[in-house]
Design a protein around this ligand. Structure first.
Ligand code: NI
Length: 132
């Protein structure tokens, strides 16, 4: 991909924040940081028909009644969107599930929101790539 250089003007306070992000993320330069931030923005703003991949991350207590049955049912209903599921038993009570997904952004968001809304889910997040 062709790289274009450009100059940027910003207040010192904003630039300091940019450098703090670079340091925190261990990026070697501001270009990498800006690229990362721009990708972050676009990974949250997709057209609904855009083909993307990503992951749904769920944390829950497996003792909650019916939660796993409901989650499995939702996932089977949308099996064409799911690439893989990794289930980790974090401790005696809690589970971490990472569901790799691929499909239209709108369908992935709907699946993620349905899963995250299940009673007993403690944490849930959808992470999407840029368009494919
Ligand atoms: Ni478990």
């Amino acid at each position: 991909m062709k790289v274009t250089r450009f100059s940027v003007s910003m207040e010192k306070e904003i630039l300091d924040k940019l450098d703090q992000i670079s340091e925190f993320m261990k990026f070697p330069n501001r270009s990498r940081t800006l690229r990362y931030l721009i990708n972050q923005f676009y990974s949250k703003t997709h057209d609904k028909d855009e083909e993307v991949a990503g992951a749904i991350i769920l944390v829950y207590n497996h003792h909650k009644r019916e939660l796993q049955n409901q989650s499995t049912r939702l996932q089977h209903n949308r099996h064409h969107l799911i690439l893989s599921v990794q289930h980790v038993h974090i401790d005696h009570d809690n589970c971490l599930e990472t569901i790799a997904v691929k499909g239209k952004a709108n369908d992935l968001e709907e699946l993620a929101h349905n899963l995250i809304a299940l009673k007993g889910i403690q944490q849930g997040e959808l992470i999407l790539t840029g368009s494919l």
